[in-house]
Design a protein around this ligand. Structure first.
Ligand code: TPP
Length: 319
């Protein structure tokens, strides 16, 4: 029986087996969030990356996790778990319980641990990430920064101001576009003119493109992009084509059943399953289920953290 130790899920082995385990850990954890919300045990909101786990795992594993800086957005759980594998810390944070990574008062959209930061203001993280990358460059640390942006967020002007300065000043930052084709309920085609993958080229920023359906191929592209940023001390743009399988946050999915069925066919987890032998697959699935089940059980026994004068738990995000 494969052990469900945290190390297994944060192993830096770049194999189908470990990518699958990390992606499945993200999926199970987020499915728990939706279930806990339905049971009234989780307040506020959560945005799951169900369907998009490959992007988180492939890109984060291309970074130097000892020194690189990551900025994520409202859909951050996958990036967080790929970075540190701290299921209990995340669960406790989102559930407002003691032992959360931010003391249980930041909630789903305000996660912070070591060099990992999130914020739900669309585009607001882009200049922060550029600033952090510039600081690393000035200190000569060799670290780079990465910022994850959705396709809807590419409509925010500050993203382009950030790209401009990053290119002008030679800032070592990787802009990652997670293009799931939809922003909340608005399809990309109704929001953006032109092609999002060519936007960064206007600033002379080299662009890499990849599809999340094949996580190992996506990882290889991410490694190339990260290598370029680090060696040449300049920005790069990685456009990842992916699909969101779940709703925007909880029950707000206006897409047709046909569209969801088509997206299920493109689920990267299924793609990796075909590469693993059935016994190995079962072992990983059991290990993940056990790890998440125990984490939920344990975290639900912890006390809730600080409340404000209205009696509501503070720091809970909204849509
Ligand atoms: C400045 C700002 N405007 C609006 C919102 C509300 N909001 C939260 S998520 C979201 C859609 C984001 O879409 P996208 O960038 O494509 O990312 P995805 O949700 O698809 O991952 C919006 C409009 C926000 N968080 N910040």
């Amino acid at each position: 029986m494969m052990t469900a130790s945290p190390n297994f899920f944060t192993s830096t082995d770049q194999t189908a087996e470990h990518f699958y385990a990390q992606m499945l850990l993200i999926r199970h954890t987020e499915q728990q969030f939706l279930q806990l919300f339905a049971q009234g045990k989780l307040n506020g909101t959560v945005h799951t990356c169900i369907g998009q786990e490959a992007s988180a795992v492939a890109v984060v594993n291309a970074l130097d996790l000892q020194r690189d800086v990551i900025f994520s957005n409202h859909r951050a759980h996958g990036h967080f778990l790929a970075y540190c594998g701290d299921v209990e810390g995340l669960l406790a944070e989102v559930l407002g319980r003691e032992g959360g990574v931010c003391g249980g008062i930041g909630g789903t959209q305000h996660l912070y641990t070591r060099n990992f930061y999130t914020n739900g203001i669309q585009g607001g993280i882009a200049p922060c990430a550029v600033g952090a990358a510039l600081a690393e460059k000035m200190q000569g640390s060799g670290a780079i920064a990465t910022v994850f942006l959705g396709d809807g967020t590419m409509g925010q002007g500050v993203v382009y101001e950030s790209m401009n300065i990053a290119a002008l000043w030679g800032v070592p930052i990787l802009f990652v576009l997670e293009d799931n084709g939809i922003a909340q309920t608005t399809p990309k085609q109704q929001e953006h003119a032109g092609d999002l993958t060519t936007r960064a080229q206007t600033f002379g920023i080299q662009t890499f493109t990849a599809d999340s359906f094949d996580p190992l191929a996506l990882h290889a592209t991410a490694v190339a992009a990260v290598g370029m940023v680090r060696q040449q001390q300049c920005p790069a743009f990685l456009a990842v084509s992916c699909y969101r399988l779940g709703p925007h946050s909880k029950g707000d999915d206006t897409r047709s059943a046909e569209e969801i069925a088509m997206i299920e066919q493109r689920d990267p987890l299924r793609h990796l399953e075909l590469q693993l032998d059935p016994q190995q697959l079962r072992q990983i699935q059991q290990a993940v289920e056990e790890r998440v089940r125990l984490a939920v059980e344990q975290v639900l026994e912890r006390p809730l953290v600080a409340t404000n004068t209205t009696g509501l738990t503070i720091g809970r995000g909204e849509e």
